[in-house]
Design a protein around this ligand. Structure first.
Ligand SMILES: NC(=O)c1ccc[n+]([C@@H]2O[C@H](COP(=O)([O-])OP(=O)(O)OC[C@H]3O[C@@H](n4cnc5c(N)ncnc54)[C@H](OP(=O)(O)O)[C@@H]3O)[C@@H](O)[C@H]2O)c1
Length: 279
């Protein structure tokens, strides 16, 4: 049996076992994918013992994404650029890792908007956390014209912008509306509005016609941010597809088959997210 799973602390909220369990069954693979709670002081030992415990690899979630990147010897270019990982595997016997969060983000946009062309688009990104970093990297690889990062803590936005070069700009979160007039893609990567925190107020009516609005939070599926965008008549894409698409590279690396993200899989995971509970 091929063994895999997701490590985090806590990890009980993870919906990744639903996704990988669906693909294992669909492809008739003798494999497992489990939730594995690993405390920060146990991360190094877990990674060192993976081969002996018969793991083909694992996903890595909070709070381990950055630290795992510093402990794993063989990182691919993406992981090196962003300094965090979410997928661990063995390559020619060596413990290796990549990050598929940015890939999952872009694939989800393409899945839901097949004619989307990111080249030359101007992007406004709200938030400058770990996910924002992975998404910025992928968008720049896709050829967007500019990414303006607007964050509550401006210094964090400035740091992110600086580390990715000339197509980047930084702003305070309350200045984000000033950048919407020529924005082709507006992304919320903050957790504002989730779990009883105040939602963001955004002047969606400033966006040009045809701009796409997306939120990477997916609990609830229709976040307060997306609900406001829809009320203003914007085209929107929810964040659950990002979770589904980021799982694809790991499954292929561990089990040898590239799985498909289907509407059926989306509905299964969506069914596990109770509307409006935030859990
Ligand atoms: N769809 C997916 O597959 C996927 C993948 C990864 C993450 N996510 C979701 O994405 C969200 C962010 O994850 P992350 O790992 O990037 O988190 P993170 O590193 O902790 O960053 C959180 C970001 O949200 C901002 N923020 C938090 N509370 C805020 C508030 N009340 N008002 C304004 N800004 C606020 C923070 O601003 P400061 O810098 O000022 O603190 C920071 O920019 C989470 O909800 C997570 O569940 C989804």
């Amino acid at each position: 049996m091929i063994r895999s799973g997701v490590i985090g602390f806590p990890v009980k909220h993870s919906r990744s076992p639903l996704i990988h369990g669906y693909w294992l069954k669909r492809h008739g693979i003798d494999g497992s994918y489990d939730k594995i709670e690993v405390a920060p002081d146990g991360l190094k030992a877990f990674l060192a013992g993976m081969r002996e415990a018969s793991f083909a690899g694992c996903n890595v979630t909070l709070p381990h994404k950055e630290r795992a990147a510093s402990l794993i010897p063989n990182l691919d270019e993406r992981a090196r650029r962003i300094g965090s990982v979410n997928t661990v595997y063995f390559s020619r016997g060596e413990l290796s890792a990549t990050s598929s969060d940015g890939y999952g983000f872009v694939q989800n946009l393409r899945w839901r908007n097949p004619s989307l062309d990111l080249k030359g688009r101007r992007v406004v990104m709200l938030g400058a956390g770990g996910s924002a970093r992975a998404i910025v990297d992928e968008l720049l690889q896709e050829g967007v014209a500019q990414v303006t990062v607007a964050n509550r803590t401006v210094a964090r936005a400035a740091e992110l912008a600086e580390s990715f070069g000339s197509r980047m700009a930084a702003a305070a979160l309350h200045e984000a509306d000033d950048h919407l007039r020529d924005c082709g893609l507006l992304i919320n990567t903050t957790s504002a509005g989730i779990a009883d925190t105040a939602k963001l107020t955004v002047a969606f009516d400033m966006l040009p016609r045809g701009a796409l609005v997306t939120d990477i939070s997916y609990v609830p599926l229709l976040t307060p941010f997306l609900a406001d965008a829809q009320r203003a008549g914007c085209l929107t894409t929810d964040g659950l597809g990002m979770l589904l698409h980021q799982a694809v590279p790991g499954f292929e690396l561990w089990f040898g088959i590239r799985p498909e993200v289907t509407d059926e899989l989306y509905d299964i995971v969506a069914g596990d997210i109770a509307p409006g509970t935030g859990s």
